[in-house]
Write a protein that binds this ligand. Sequence first.
Ligand code: GDP
Length: 373
Amino acid sequence: NLKSGIVGLANVGKSTLFQSITKSSLGNPANFPFATIDPEEARVIVPDERFDWLVDHYKPKSQVPANLTVYDIAGLTRGASTGAGLGNSFLSHIRAVDAIFQVVRCFDDAEIIHVEGDVDPCRDLTIINEELRIKDIEFVNKALEALKKQTRRGGQSLEMKKLKEEEATTEFILKFLEEGHDIRSKTDWTPKEVEVINPLLLLTAKPVVYLVNLSERDYIRQKNKYLPKVFEWIKANSPGDPILPISAQFEERLTLMHDDAAAAEECKNLSTQSGLPKVITTMRKVLNLASFFTTGEDEVRQWTIRKGIKAPAAAGVIHTDFEKTFIQAIAYNYSVLRELGDEAAVKAAGKIMTKGKDYVVEDGDILLIKAGA
Ligand code: GDP
């Protein structure tokens, strides 16, 4: 199960947004079995029209959509990397997530104090990026010191050669960070470099989705005086990362209606819609995930996998034992089912395949796993 964390300076709207996510019908439908929520953790449904279609098609007794865990990570301040505020404990929480939602305040409100004195989203973005990068530098430095201790012994063994290579790569990573770059901003790391980077769990390597928090008015009219500069900043410093305008206050107002129909009516009247579904689907995209489905009259279920994994690993997501005992998978893609109308037609067209251990599961596959003792 993949985890994401909401990060940002104090008073930018993180908690408001988190609360809206947990309370919206998106996150908490009555038939969702995993909706147990504690104050800082929520599991939300990932909206997917393929799943909705399958449920409509099979009308199963039970349905289990895909979900994503979201954490509200409080406590980022200037100087957190050197222990200010909640400092290090906060940073270790970020280390534990797979991806980051970074909330940036772009709303003016004299009543809501800004910890830095005034509203200046680009300055805030710089503070947070620097805190995360400083922490990474510290981490890579430690790793480098440990490596140097080992390579000091010298020698020509194969193991030593490998350690020296790792040391050189680590030095390169350190320099890259010190020059002011985030790890994720470089997209052509070699597989060898990735092997060194991954175990370090670096903060600036994690995918980021920027959530630009606007007033309700600005969100609805899709206009805000800070936005052009924010887009520019992200393009220059964090190229490729998605940016989503959102209004925490508006989302909060919708959820407080406690009535989906009324909320929908309100959105219609304002010619707008909730930004939350897009927040979740975008996060899923940057996490590079794919889905497969299991279907039938008893249950329709959407399973989450990393892109590019093989059938036994996918089977292991259903049940750990299945990975080892995997025999074969009966497979066809959702797109084929959708095109031909029903399973019988897919079968008649000869499009139901038997796949072995080396089959790379495709996004949208409908699988029936056969596994044995
Ligand atoms: P956090 O410290 O980042 O978690 O911020 P909170 O979500 O607790 O929000 C801080 C204050 O700002 C609360 O009083 C919110 O009601 C308010 N707030 C959040 N989003 C908006 C917004 O879009 N507009 C305005 N005016 N206030 C907001």
